[in-house]
Design a protein around this ligand. Structure first.
Ligand code: UT7
Length: 324
């Protein structure tokens, strides 16, 4: 039986020029490069310039993805942009990207923090399957450097800025797990965990942007169990086994989480794409950034089966399985 699939046709990323090594934080905080590397795997991250907005990062990633796909902006008929750090409270950052690349159709933002890209993928997949759009650009873009408390060593050393974009196109498949495209998604959230990871400001509360607050150890515990469960469910839904997965592209929050989840899913570390050392945690941008890096260096090739998983504030989490 034929079925519509959302098939990847190109991806790209953008990282701001400014690289901030761990040692920068030693100047102002009781921390060390050694602690940050050992506890997180992070060595450096990129921070946006003062005049760079989330949309600037997103637009650069979008243009790189169009180039990779050999498409023009006018070929895109929907943009789903995942971000927790938009340019403005409204309108969406996605509409800025739409205007900048000359896309038609419609564009909107998604808010699921670090799980945002997985949520955006699931939405793009649904739009394509429902016949609402033929080519969807899915973007994760963040400037988390703007919401960090630089006196809190437990959070400010973890995050970075960046953007990644993936273009999905509607194509016919035969409905089997051999099809190219998104094969399954698995989404979850549980609002009772709000206080584990949140920003202490907002439009209807303080009227300010606020700063990121996290109970890191608690989030860590949830991450390992929830990510491996979602990853396993995504594989079950698609009827594939861990051995079939070519690469896992996980949310890049902490190398210890990434390796623990891989272990729980019986996936060897060689098959995990890891960029956390260079990017830090870029929230919704981390998966498309890592995927674009692994595509550009030749690791991810046509027909490869890619498992993605992410968790963050909400808590919101999920996984997606896609064949290139
Ligand atoms: O993207 C959204 C999802 N987010 C995540 O997945 C993050 C999940 N959490 C984590 O990655 C880790 O929990 C952290 C990296 C945030 C913290 O690592 P940890 O091994 O869980 O450390 P901890 O919070 O249990 O703290 C251990 C110690 C504490 O000191 P005491 O109380 O034992 O004296 C902290 O104060 O490490 C201390 N500490 C630091 N020391 C040096 C916390 N941050 C730092 C730091 N430098 N930057």
């Amino acid at each position: 039986m034929t079925t519509l699939r959302a098939v990847p046709v190109g991806c790209g990323h953008y990282l701001p020029d400014r690289i901030v090594p761990n040692s920068e934080f030693e100047k102002t905080l009781d921390t060390s490069d050694e602690w940050i590397r050992a506890r997180t795997g992070i060595e450096r991250r990129h921070f946006a310039a003062d005049d760079q907005k989330t949309s600037d990062l997103a637009i650069a990633a979008a243009k790189a993805a169009l180039l990779d796909a050999g498409l023009d902006g006018s070929d895109i008929d929907a943009i789903v942009l995942a971000t927790a750090t938009p340019d403005q409270t409204f309108p969406s950052t996605a509409t800025r990207v739409q205007h900048a690349i000359g896309a038609g159709g419609f564009a909107f933002d998604m808010q699921a923090v670090c799980a945002g890209f997985i949520y955006a993928l699931a939405n793009a997949d649904a739009l394509i399957k429902a016949g609402q759009a033929k080519r969807v650009m899915v973007i994760g873009a963040e400037t988390f450097s703007r919401i960090l408390d630089y006196t809190d060593r437990g959070t400010c050393v973890l995050f970075g800025d960046g953007a990644g974009a993936l273009i999905l196109e509607a194509r016919e498949g035969d409905g089997s797990s051999d099809d190219a495209g998104i094969l399954s998604t698995d989404l979850h959230s549980d609002g009772k965990f709000n206080d584990l990871l949140y920003v202490d400001g907002g439009v209807s509360t303080t009227g300010t942007v606020g700063q990121l607050r996290m109970q890191g150890r608690e989030v860590f515990k949830h991450a390992v169990t929830k990510l491996s469960a979602a990853g396993n469910t995504a594989m079950e839904k698609a009827g594939v086994a861990p051995d079939d997965v070519t690469y896992v592209v996980p949310h890049q929050a902490n190398l210890r989480i990434i390796t623990a989840v891989a272990q729980k899913m019986s996936l060897p570390i060689e098959r995990i794409v890891v960029t956390v050392q260079d990017h830090g945690n870029t929230s919704a941008a981390s998966i498309p950034l890592a995927m674009s890096v692994a595509r550009a260096d030749g690791r991810i090739k046509a027909n490869d089966l890619i498992l993605m998983e992410a968790i963050g504030g909400g808590l919101a989490w999920g996984a997606a399985l896609m064949r290139w």
